[in-house]
Design a protein around this ligand. Structure first.
Ligand code: F58
Length: 829
């Protein structure tokens, strides 16, 4: 890579480290106005809000720049082992607040801008969050890279710079309508494109055998087409520690050769089309969650970013002449689910075809470079690529996968002689289906981890039992975590202040210190302050929802929140049945409206655009909300709010306002959940099943401070084995029957009795996730919630204990676990 004339500087200043601008209000103002003038090309008097936001972002960026350069210089000099986090998704959330926090500039910036007559809140609101992920998996990646930077661990996050992130959700007559997310349209001040460091990625074609100079048979891949991967670097600042790691997202562009060839043939229009074709690869994030889409473009995306990332690390991060036999000493690639697993045959291809490694040498290196994290339990969510598709797009990789499988199956037969059926079950390539990516990841990875204790156990016992029998030591657990910087310190400033005043500010990087707050749960003064902050957070979200969605939130309600992707297994429909059941009881006079405890239920959820049942559930929630909110009978008692387009930005305002956190998936279905952790840390109580990380939350906070309901995972398995018949619950339970019948009566659908047949009939006759079986237990737990909430002192005590006892769920702790159990490296100081 050509580094230009700076490689041989003659001016003394050329090698001096860049100093950050001074940490003073005056210094800040000067820098800000300079950016406004020189980058935006406007004077303050004529600047738009966007100009001001862009200038503020570049100002903060400038403060981080010296640290970024210094971090990179240290890495270059010390050559520490790096974590290459490979993830198809990063759900970053807004960058400005985090950058201000990491540089300790929040106050200075606020004061400086005030001197310029600017309210910093207006500029914060101008930022469009990069929504380059679907849900938990993408947000987890963002939390992890934040923690690694804060813990001074060298890490490069690799991913895709989608031109369109997760769709913007709107509601039209209660139905979800997707709009493109044009997050780049007003400029993107946080990214640094490096077209000069672009990487070529090949696709298609065929392979050829030939005899090399050493007389050995070798394979040459003759690809049919290629694209360029252009890296865009993003800063990942550690919290007040001077470290700035890099997130490198790849954008696809047509290669010149491709263009020129067609252009020279005289077909200008075709040349332009070729460009569009190439750029399609990083055009849009696939909005499916939980079920993979077997689309060719998706496989192209996966190979694209992984090929770019390996090339980038091998060619640009290792010194000339580095012996690739030692690669595992310099990097571990963490596979965030199976999306990047094509990296395994890609590394084999590089080592064998490009660096002349023998098979065994190449496998030895490759199998020490990767580790795999699984994020699901749903069988249909496990990626399988049809062999014909793989062979067409990546013929050399398919050959290598067959070879990996042959070697692997030989090992299985050796370990279990005569057990052909087992070998058949374990084959990476399933005849009829294709390449099972989770199997490939398990075979290649040094470690395989689930994301909560229960999930890791089920992964061993149910998803990959043959593999855990063969390699028990390969399997481990790392319970997920969330970054306390974004999800407490930034999102809950008043609570952070109270914590700081009580125990100091060490908790921001050592979250277990929240334990020191436990005694304050019994301190009336502290409890009052805590309750006041909860109320303040409720007002804050009420103001936001009024401005954003025209939603009015009543005062003094229990705020009951269910925010997460819409999926049947998460059971938004169970929450809905509870609401409709309350309404039915009031309508039919079984209870008086005055007996209903004042409660606002807030939903936030996107459905995959192709997931009909999920979209119908959204439609139904909106219709139920419209009906109940408009009915004077429950005025002031029950309110349902469903703000559109739930995203990280909204989560940051909503979660701190919650009293009750809904974590009600069918046991054995939610791998971990991470929203559950954010709520507990912000002092909400959980109503939840014994699923995912709920199990660990309940253990830590104690049964008295958690509303457990529903079947346990073994009970679910047993009921499933017996043959589950939802209709029998409908027939046997009059309240459940009345509830479902009310939906079918047309009260929520202008008299149309069949509008919601899809949802209702499914619950009555299929109900794969057993909502009806858990209905009674859920309603009983909700009654306990009401009873407890009526005693505000006792509720606040529990809320404080939830916060004080869940410091374990910091992503810093998750990263420590990965370092010890998987990466075997210690932070570089
Ligand atoms: C989520 N998975 C799990 N997948 O559902 C959740 O329990 C867990 O806490 C979280 O990962 C982090 O470990 C998830 O978000 C996806 O969104 C994939 C997107 C691509 C297609 C397959 C699902």
């Amino acid at each position: 890579r050509d580094l230009g004339p700076s490689g041989n500087p003659t001016h003394p200043l050329a090698t001096a480290p860049v100093g950050a601008p001074p940490h003073s209000v005056d210094g800040f103002v000067k820098e800000f106005l300079h950016e406004l003038n020189t980058n935006q090309g406007v004077p303050l008097s004529m600047s738009s809000v966007n100009d001001q936001y862009m200038a503020l972002a570049s100002t903060v960026r400038n403060y981080l720049m010296a640290r970024w350069l210094e971090t990179n210089r240290k890495v270059h000099e010390n050559k520490p082992k790096t974590i290459g986090y490979l993830s198809a998704e990063y759900l970053l959330g807004r960058q400005l607040g985090n950058a201000l926090l990491a540089t300790d500039l929040s106050d200075i910036a606020e004061k400086g801008l005030a001197l310029c007559g600017i309210d910093i809140a207006t500029l914060r609101a101008q930022e469009v969050e990069p929504g380059l992920g679907n849900g938990g998996l993408g947000r987890l990646a963002a939390c992890f890279i934040d923690s690694l930077a804060t813990m001074d661990v060298p890490c490069v996050g690799y991913g895709i710079r989608y031109e369109y992130g997760i769709f913007r959700q709107t509601f039209v007559d209660g139905r979800q309508v997707e709009q493109p997310d044009t997050w780049l349209s007003l400029g993107s001040p946080w990214e640094f494109p490096h077209p000069e460091a672009s990487v070529q990625v090949d696709f298609g074609g065929h392979t050829e055998r030939y005899i090399g100079e050493d007389g050995r048979e070798r394979v040459r891949w003759v690809p049919a087409w290629n694209v360029l991967g252009v890296p865009y670097n993003y800063m990942v600042p550690g919290y007040l520690n001077g470290r700035v790691n890099t997130l490198r997202l790849w954008s696809a562009q047509a290669t010149k050769a491709f263009d020129l060839q067609i252009f020279n043939s005289g077909d200008y229009a075709q040349a332009v089309r070729a460009q569009t074709f190439a750029e399609n690869i990083s055009k849009v994030l696939y909005p499916e969650d939980s079920t993979p889409q077997g689309k060719e473009l998706r496989l192209q995306q996966q190979y694209f970013f992984v090929a770019c990332s390996l090339r980038d690390f091998i060619d640009h991060s290792l010194e000339d002449g580095f012996d690739l036999h030692n690669l595992p000493e310099r990097i571990t690639f963490q596979l965030n689910d199976t999306h990047p697993v094509i990296a395994v045959p890609e590394l084999m291809r590089i080592l064998i075809d490009e660096y002349d490694f023998e098979w065994d040498e190449a496998w030895d290196v490759t199998s020490r470079c990767f580790a795999y994290t699984c994020h699901t339990l749903l069988p249909e969510a496990l990626e399988v690529w049809p062999t014909d598709l793989l062979g067409r797009l990546l013929p050399r990789h398919l050959e290598l996968i067959y070879q990996i499988n042959d070697h692997f199956l030989a090992e299985v037969r050796e370990a279990f002689p005569g057990d052909d059926l087992r070998a058949h079950h374990m084959s990476i390539i399933s005849h009829g289906q294709g390449v099972r990516m989770a199997f490939l990841a398990t075979v290649a990875g040094t470690k395989v981890n689930g994301v909560a204790e229960l999930h890791s156990q089920l992964l061993r016992d149910k998803v990959l039992p043959d593999f855990s029998a063969l390699w028990p030591e390969k399997f481990t657990n790392v319970t997920n975590g969330v970054t306390p910087r974004r999800f407490v310190r930034l999102s809950n400033p008043k609570l952070s202040e109270l914590i700081n005043d009580t125990i100091g500010n060490g908790w921001v990087t050592d979250l277990e210190r929240l334990k020191e707050l436990e005694p304050y749960a019994d301190d009336p003064e502290f409890r009052a302050q805590f309750a006041e902050i909860k109320a303040w957070n409720k007002h804050r979200i009420a103001d936001l929802l009024r401005a954003r969605d025209g939603i009015d939130l009543p005062d003094g309600h229990l705020v009951d929140v269910m925010v997460k992707r819409l999926h049947e297994y998460k059971r938004q429909s169970l929450k809905l049945l509870h609401i409709v059941s309350l309404y039915e009881q009031v309508l039919s006079g079984k209870i008086a409206a005055s007996e209903v405890m004042p409660r606002t239920v807030v939903f936030g959820s996107k459905a995959a655009p192709g997931y009909a049942m999920a979209k119908e559930t959204i439609h139904l929630i909106n219709k139920v909300a419209a009906t109940i909110n408009a009915d004077p009978i429950l005025e002031g008692r029950l309110k349902i709010a469903f703000p559109a387009n739930y995203n990280v930005t909204l989560a940051e305002k909503l979660i701190p306002a919650a009293d009750l956190s809904e974590q009600i998936s069918l046991a054995g279905m939610e791998a971990s959940g991470t929203g559950n952790m954010k709520f507990a840390l912000n002092g909400a109580l959980t109503i939840g099943t014994d699923d995912g990380a709920n199990v660990e939350i309940r253990k830590l906070v104690g049964d008295k401070h958690f509303f457990l309901f529903g079947m346990s995972e073994p009970e679910v398995a047993e009921l499933g084995a017996q043959g589950y018949n939802p209709h029998s619950y409908y027939d046997a339970n009059p309240q459940l029957k009345a509830t479902l019948d009310l939906i079918s009566s047309g009260v929520f659908s202008n008299g149309d009795r069949h509008l919601f047949d899809m949802v209702v009939e499914n619950l009555k006759n299929q109900d794969r996730f057993m909502a009806l079986a858990d209905f009674d237990s859920y309603v009983a737990a909700q009654a306990k919630v009401e009873e407890r909430y009526a005693d505000q002192d006792s509720w606040m005590r529990s809320a404080i204990l939830n916060m004080a006892r869940t410091g374990y769920f910091s992503s810093d702790r998750s990263m420590r676990d990965y370092l010890q159990r998987i990466w075997h490296t210690t932070p570089m100081l």
